[in-house]
Design a protein around this ligand. Structure first.
Ligand code: HEC
Length: 278
């Protein structure tokens, strides 16, 4: 594995930052966010929503010019159309969501105390379809990413405030996600935390690693590498594959728990999806 990594990255792996297993989510959050504020003192706190561009002036300019004619615009339009097109039974997506689905996407994922599971936005979209007699959509791209992009767009500017209710099942889901984030995996034996906490700001091959804080706020994203849109779980799968680990399925309980923890860690930041990335 070391052959693939730069010296800085390997050195950085020696850095110790692990959240104590017994801490409350709120304690985890403070520690997690303060780590990045200290590590990147020149990044304004509310700018972490811009991912790697929040810490890299060189690529930021290019990205800002891309954002002037955003490559995800078409996806938002398609998503809006799909969202307002009635199902065969005459109902629409709006009937499944609070406030007709407008300005609420930043509240996902949430822990549903009635079913005892983490509900992500994409899962809710498919549950809505199934409740209305429609077939579920694929989770990683296509129509699903478009609908998600439209809903996120209507939620731009809202503050993320994920809650872990006082329910042992919710706490277990949070802990499962946290464990997932810190678990070493794959032939390279690396955790999400190795790259996006300890080595945030360092390079792995040609890429500068983004801080884990603010990574989720702008999903789904249009990625030039994909030549299209993708959901957060598509990206999770890609990062698992980078370390030669077998990815989990999109919307598997593992990725939903991971998204729950990961998004909770960005509490207090603005929701700014969809986004554009390399
Ligand atoms: C070997 C290093 C490595 C590991 C391990 C890794 N990633 Fe990544 N990840 C990258 C690189 C490189 C990118 C692209 C540049 C960037 O935004 O950091 C990236 C990008 C991302 C992005 C997109 C950020 C954005 O702003 O669009 C997310 C989200 C992400 N990773 C989550 C994860 C999660 C969750 C895990 C653990 C399951 C993980 N990564 C493990 C290297 C890694």
């Amino acid at each position: 594995m070391k052959k693939l990594l730069t010296a800085t990255l390997v050195l950085g792996l020696l850095g110790v930052f692990a959240l104590p297993a017994q801490a409350t989510p709120q304690e985890d959050l403070e520690k997690f966010q303060n780590y990045f504020y200290k590590k990147f003192p020149n990044t304004p706190k509310d700018d972490f929503i811009n991912g790697v561009y929040s810490i890299d002036a060189a690529s930021r300019e290019q990205w800002e010019s891309i954002e002037e004619f955003p490559p995800y615009e078409l996806s938002i339009e398609k998503g809006e159309k799909l969202f307002s097109t009635p199902f065969k039974n005459g109902k629409t997506y709006a009937s499944c969501f609070e406030n007709g689905g407008i300005g609420i996407a930043h509240r996902y994922p949430f822990f549903d105390t009635s079913s005892g599971e983490v509900i992500t936005l994409e899962l809710a979209i498919n549950r809505c379809r199934e409740a209305n007699g429609e077939k579920p959509l694929k989770y990683k791209k296509g129509a699903m990413a478009d609908i998600s992009a439209h809903m996120k767009y209507t939620s731009r500017g809202n503050t993320i405030n994920i809650v872990v209710p006082d329910d042992p099942r919710a706490q277990a889901a949070y802990e499962r996600g946290k464990k997932n984030f810190y678990a070493k995996r794959g032939q390279m034996n690396m955790a999400c935390a190795d790259c996006h906490i300890h080595n945030a700001g360092n390079k792995v091959r040609a890429d500068l690693l983004s801080p884990a804080l603010g990574q989720v706020t702008h999903f789904p994203v249009y990625r030039s590498k994909w030549g299209g849109m993708g959901t957060l779980h598509r990206r999770y799968g890609g990062c698992n594959k980078q370390v030669r680990a077998k990815p989990y399925k999109a919307q598997s309980p593992e990725y939903r728990a991971l998204e729950y923890f990961h998004t909770y860690m960005s509490n207090g930041l603005e929701s700014n999806g969809p986004g554009a990335r390399k």
